[in-house]
Design a binder for this molecule. Structure first.
Ligand SMILES: [Zn+2]
Ligand SMILES: [Zn+2]
Length: 136
């Protein structure tokens, strides 16, 4: 069995109260989510990275959490900076996974591919995406 290769990246929110290091796969699982919840939360499409267990190292004391029910009635927890309100993590109970807001990374050069989800349900009409980048 071959060893998984991880890369360690740093990131922060806009005010700097949240700083983290995160272990990512060489080719991380990245999603562009066009769903209504994300749109209402951030004001537009979001880009998130699916994290492996215990992949991120940060100080949770500086985070606020807003919890709501997703489409499946399972819990979704939005973690954001108490000071500047930057979105940091989303926990999705349905998948038991944490997702990191990709734009917080200091170096975004490893984010070469993303899958678009909920595109057909809810996307800005000006945003056209090639069919092969859609999850169907
Ligand atoms: Zn902040
Ligand atoms: Zn979404």
């Amino acid at each position: 069995m071959s060893e998984k290769i991880f890369v360690t990246k740093t990131g922060s929110c806009i005010c700097g109260n949240i700083k983290f290091t995160v272990k990512l796969d060489e080719v991380p699982r990245v999603f562009n989510c066009h769903c209504v919840d994300c749109r209402k939360k951030i004001g537009g499409m979001i880009t998130i990275i699916e994290l492996r267990e215990n992949a991120i190292n940060l100080n949770y004391e500086n985070l606020s959490i807003y919890e709501h029910g997703g489409g499946s009635q399972k819990s979704i927890k939005k973690h954001f900076c108490k000071n500047c309100a930057a979105p940091i993590l989303t926990y999705v109970q349905k998948w038991n996974k944490y997702y990191l807001y990709a734009g917080l990374l200091d170096d975004i050069s490893i984010l070469k591919k993303a899958i678009n989800i909920f595109y057909e349900d809810s996307h800005f009409p000006f945003m056209e995406i090639e069919k092969n980048n859609l999850k169907t």
